[in-house]
Design a protein around this ligand. Sequence first.
Ligand code: KIV
Length: 287
Amino acid sequence: MARKKPMLHEFYKMKAEGQKIAWLTSYDFPTAQFAEAAGMEMILVGDSMGMCVYGYEGTVPVTMDQCIVHCEAVRRGAPNTFVVGDMPFMSYQISDEDAVRNAGRFLKEANVDAIKLEGGVRVTSRIRAIVDAGIVGVGHIGLTPQSSGQLGGHKAQGRTAESAKLVIEDAIAVEQAGAQMILVEAVPPEVTAFITKQLKIPVLSIGAGAECDGQLLIVSDLIGQFTAFTPKFVKQYCNVAEVITHAMRQYVEEVKNGSFPTDDHCYHMIKGEEGKFADLMKQYQQF
Ligand code: KIV
């Protein structure tokens, strides 16, 4: 029997009971199916699709339309998983109105359960506007890839007391603005642990240690599909790049040496049609 989709209040219960939430990115229908079958409670249709699916150098070029198409596919693959749409660069930076309109598109067009947006203190009015529109909002602080230019690259945050203070202030601001969950990326575990104790909302980590309410990984890192670089916090559970390349190499070899396809891979004439087909060939051969 299909499981019931976990809802927001269940994540709060999990936090209270010390049960960890498992969260993974996914960008397509089959991977979403696998994630749901594996027992993932949440899926993020991340703008990391920019690198993992489209081959861009970063997340900045990703558009709303791309995010919507991938969210739709993931929703179809994982109907009983809590799906979070990731707001791409420039979909919420200009105004609260823009933020609400674009957050609403994720729900209306792709039927996701929540949206995520990057930033702390500086995006509180966006978070408030989105949540006031009745949309579940997930904050994202620490290393925020969309503003990695300002952060001096994809660098861990909060590694000095002064920088940790900024991360903590961001976390408090995001909760006070009404976000219902928060993701902390690439900050020291002790900072995440402190934030997790201070906040009532579930605190999830990507590269921010174990002492929090759950973990997020990028699926392409977890399965060894994204090979350009691997951040320190990634644990690779298998190597599909190797498996797929090996399979494709074998296919190339077999096409070239004629061992594929064999008789097993062919559709044969329906019984009784062989004679008629032989006559047909003879007719053509007369010309
Ligand atoms: O887009 C994404 O996958 C993300 C993670 C890097 C947290 O936002």
